[in-house]
Design a protein around this ligand. Structure first.
Ligand SMILES: Cc1cc2nc3c(=O)[nH]c(=O)nc-3n(C[C@H](O)[C@H](O)[C@H](O)COP(=O)(O)OP(=O)(O)OC[C@H]3O[C@@H](n4cnc5c(N)ncnc54)[C@H](O)[C@@H]3O)c2cc1C
Length: 530
């Protein structure tokens, strides 16, 4: 296709932040004077996982808590891959960032003395989850931030645009190609670009994430030369509400914290036979146990009747409403549940300041991989990561002084066909859930790579689709290369952890493509896979 330039060029005159979830908006709000443009597919709050967060934000704020304890719990959950230095600075900066949110108007739950009420979640050794109106943390935080950002004169929010491709001049960012919902191309000129484009959940058939979580930031950054770290590590939430809705509503972990139990179709509690912590075992273990009940032809239910009972509507209003909408009264009935793709520990490899290695490109929030979560995220650490690193990215950009705008005069050419907003294709999502899901093996991963390849070839080069298949390719390729089980990554053909693989790994796009090439050229390995 002939190269063409979009008719529509937007001069941002400063910093461009792609993504209007918590990471993107919080980052934008750190800039006091500099002009900031925030771009997103939907207006602030919509199309962002941030607005759906139920539990809250982890921070070591209690009198019996400390940075060291928060770090120790995070390291233990991360199954040998957590970058301790990164978690330490995340936990150290947590109290200040929570104060920032309170100043921005987030109505955190407080006791009669005005102190923050701290909840407990699985694998946290202390009460350290700050909440808002029970399970409404994400919605209320995004409401406060959206309101403040819209009122700031230096922040312009442009929604209804899908980011597709970075414009580079001499290897430096010069802007971002995007398209409108009706397929018109737009180029946003900017020399300092922050990716806050969220996760990958919607690449899976069963997910708790919004349709916008299609891994596009990973693909765009990788094409520009960024490395993608720990892509194989996807966290599956054990208790999505299994009522056939897409995305699946979530039954928050806090319900198990309150004593709700998991039962089989026959009413038998099954987690006590699986792990000493039963329902409060690490997420991956609970998710696998539920997955196996379902694979064996049964169903799994979360039973909160005895533990929560009549307190349910007040204490868990979001979950209660989701159940009632499906004809399930959780006060008197067990809730059907299934594991769902929920959070990506992997992403664009970044340093402690969110730098990606591509000059002029930073990343923060779920799209980035800082090393804070290792192979398995500790509950409620992701909102914390979004605010801590959103703030650090903004500080780093400010510390660099006035932006180098020399490349902005030359708008690079763009060569991608356009289409309207694309949901991840169902064939791709099905293959990801079946073969790159809660349990993986070499044969299934080869199949997934073949299906990803097929979907990509059938897409006639549409960039939004290529961005999804590229992200899926990174996840499947990294899962194939990691011949062991660790954290959220479970290989049924290599069920033990291999100490020699206890390290993080990054792949370039070339390396991910090489894994796909190998899968394509050696189909017999499907039968004889190691
Ligand atoms: C149901 C649910 C409950 C959760 N509960 C908690 C919790 O209690 N505590 C916790 O710590 N974490 C929780 N998480 C995880 C947490 O919400 C996310 O990790 C976090 O909100 C990610 O923030 P983000 O800003 O990086 O991404 P998001 O909030 O997902 O924002 C991404 C933004 O990028 C935009 N975007 C995506 N692709 C494009 C594109 N191509 N072009 C333009 N814009 C694009 C989206 O529209 C959106 O504005 C939960 C997640 C879910 C799904």
């Amino acid at each position: 296709m002939a190269a063409r330039l979009p008719d529509n060029v937007i001069e941002t005159g400063g910093v461009l932040i792609a993504g209007a979830g918590l990471a993107g908006l919080f980052c934008a709000l750190q800039f006091k004077d500099r002009p900031v443009t925030v771009l997103a597919t939907a207006k602030p709050g919509a199309g962002a996982a941030s607005a759906w967060a139920q539990g809250g934000i982890a921070a070591p704020l209690g009198p019996d808590d400390s940075t060291a304890l928060h770090v120790a719990d995070t390291v233990a959950a991360g199954a040998g891959l957590v970058d301790e230095a990164i978690v330490r600075l995340m936990a150290e900066e947590a109290p200040e960032r929570i104060d920032d949110l309170a100043r921005l108007g987030v109505p955190f739950d407080r006791d009669a003395q005005g102190r923050l009420v701290l909840g407990r979640e699985a694998a946290h050794s202390r009460n350290r989850i700050v909440r808002v109106q029970g399970d409404r943390a994400g919605a209320e935080i995004m409401k406060a931030l959206g309101r403040t950002a819209l009122a700031r004169p230096n922040i312009r929010i442009v929604w209804g645009l899908t980011a597709l491709e970075l414009g580079l001049v001499d290897g430096r960012t010069a802007g971002l190609f995007a398209r409108t919902a009706d397929g018109r191309p737009v180029f946003l000129k900017a020399s300092q670009i922050v990716f806050a484009l969220g996760g990958v959940g919607a690449l899976y058939e069963v997910t708790t994430n919004p349709a916008e979580a299609r891994g596009q930031g990973i693909a765009i950054a990788a094409r520009a030369g960024a490395k993608i770290a720990d892509a194989e590590f996807v966290q599956f939430h054990p208790t999505a509400i299994a009522v056939g809705r897409d995305p699946a509503p979530l039954a928050t972990e806090a319900l198990r914290g309150e004593g709700a139990v998991l039962i089989s179709e026959k009413g038998v509690r099954f987690m006590t036979a699986v792990h000493p912590l039963a329902e409060l075992a690490p997420r991956d273990i609970v998710a696998r146990a539920i997955h196996r009940e379902i694979q064996a032809g049964g169903k799994a239910f979360l039973d909160a009747r005895a533990a929560v009972g009549k307190r349910f509507p007040d204490q868990f209003p979001t979950v209660h409403a989701a159940c009632i909408a499906e004809g399930i009264d959780p006060v008197t009935m067990p809730i059907p549940v299934a594991p769902a793709a929920h959070y990506h520990m992997g992403g664009i490899a970044v340093d402690a300041w969110g730098r990606t290695g591509v000059p002029g490109l930073w990343a923060c929030g779920e799209v980035a991989s800082t090393g804070a979560h290792g192979a398995n995220r500790l509950a409620s650490n992701s909102l914390l990561e979004a605010i801590v690193f959103g703030s650090r990215v903004a500080r780093d950009i400010c510390d660099q002084g006035e932006p180098d705008t020399s490349a902005l005069a030359a708008v690079p050419e763009f060569d991608g066909p356009h289409d309207t907003f694309l949901h991840a294709p169902q064939q791709l999502r099905r293959a990801m859930t079946a073969f790159v899901g809660v349990e993986r093996n070499a044969e299934g991963l080869f199949r997934a790579l073949a299906e990803i390849d097929r979907v990509e070839r059938a897409g006639s080069g549409d960039l939004a689709l290529v961005n999804m298949t590229t992200a899926a390719k990174f996840i499947a390729a990294a899962a194939l290369l990691r011949r062991e089980s660790r954290g959220g990554h479970y290989r049924s053909d290599c069920p033990a952890a291999d100490p020699s693989m206890a390290r993080r790994r990054s792949l370039t796009l070339g390396e991910a493509n090489a894994v796909l090439e190998e899968a394509r050229s050696t189909p017999l390995r499907i039968a004889a896979a190691p």
